[in-house]
Design a binder for this molecule. Structure first.
Ligand SMILES: *[C@@H]1O[C@H](CO)[C@@H](O)[C@H](O)[C@H]1NC(C)=O
Ligand SMILES: *[C@@H]1O[C@H](CO)[C@@H](O)[C@H](O)[C@H]1NC(C)=O
Ligand SMILES: *[C@@H]1O[C@H](CO)[C@@H](O)[C@H](O)[C@H]1NC(C)=O
Length: 213
């Protein structure tokens, strides 16, 4: 019985992959570059707002899936084969919206980092609006590969139903570092792709390869 459901899921996954083929490696729509660069600009002040304004080593509680780094993306690519970049971009929006919400939740009304974080959240939401508009609706209706769908479900699970063991602690600054790094690589069309940048984006991949062997 277990085996059967596994093969059904596998078939579903293969079918999903097949359906994804036509949009494989679609470039980032140029309309997204302006809002993404605005986010990049905001993120350049993250040290001040996410580190200096907080107590030393202050951490917040996040879902373990919200630790979303380059190495995660590379690992997923290794495990699942080349997936449509859009899938990772969608996950990126979901993860970072959750991260910003959690940071805002610990900030008192008058905390100096609050307007900064709220603005970043607004900018991310607006950028997602442009993202959704610049792709055909069917891109967002297609089924996600199982492993991605599982992460998606965890990230959208109501907080009180998340088991204790799924939480991690991270500094706000490290979360925004991940936010920034993954943005530069997932939307590289909008950021200057220098040689050093290319190798930086592949660094995660090498790390994942080392971890596997
Ligand atoms: C993104 O921000 C960094 C500063 O953190 C800056 O050096 C870089 O030029 C920006 N990139 C773009 C494309 O705006
Ligand atoms: C903060 O963390 C660093 C590295 O883990 C540690 O060396 C340092 O002592 C910590 N500082 C405080 C005040 O806890
Ligand atoms: C990224 O990797 C870390 C550590 O391996 C893991 O805890 C986390 O869940 C991963 N994030 C995602 C989105 O898969």
């Amino acid at each position: 019985m277990v085996q059967r459901s596994t093969s059904v899921r596998l078939l579903g996954g293969l079918l999903g992959l097949f359906l994804l083929m036509p949009v494989l490696m679609a470039p980032t729509p140029p309309s997204m570059c302006i809002p993404l660069r605005t986010i990049n600009e905001s993120l350049s002040h993250r040290r001040r707002y996410m580190k200096h304004n907080f107590p030393v080593n202050y951490t917040i509680r996040v879902h373990h899936e919200e630790l979303f780094k380059l190495s995660n993306i590379s690992k997923m690519k290794l495990q699942m084969g080349e997936l449509d970049e859009i899938i990772f971009q969608r996950l990126w929006f979901l993860v970072n919206q959750g991260v910003l919400k959690k940071i805002i939740r610990v900030l008192p009304e008058r905390h100096p980092s609050r307007p900064y974080t709220a603005e970043l959240e607004r900018r991310l939401k607006d950028t997602e609006g442009v993202f959704v508009q610049s792709h055909p609706a069917k891109v967002f209706q297609q089924e996600l590969p199982d492993a991605i769908q599982d992460k998606w479900d965890c990230l959208t699970e109501v907080t009180h139903r998340v088991p204790e063991t799924s939480w991690r602690f991270a500094t706000p600054k490290s979360l925004l570092d991940n936010f920034c790094e993954t943005m530069h690589c997932l939307f590289s069309d909008c950021f200057k792709a220098t040689k050093s940048m290319d190798s930086f984006c592949r660094k995660g991949r090498k790390k994942a390869l080392r971890a596997k062997s």
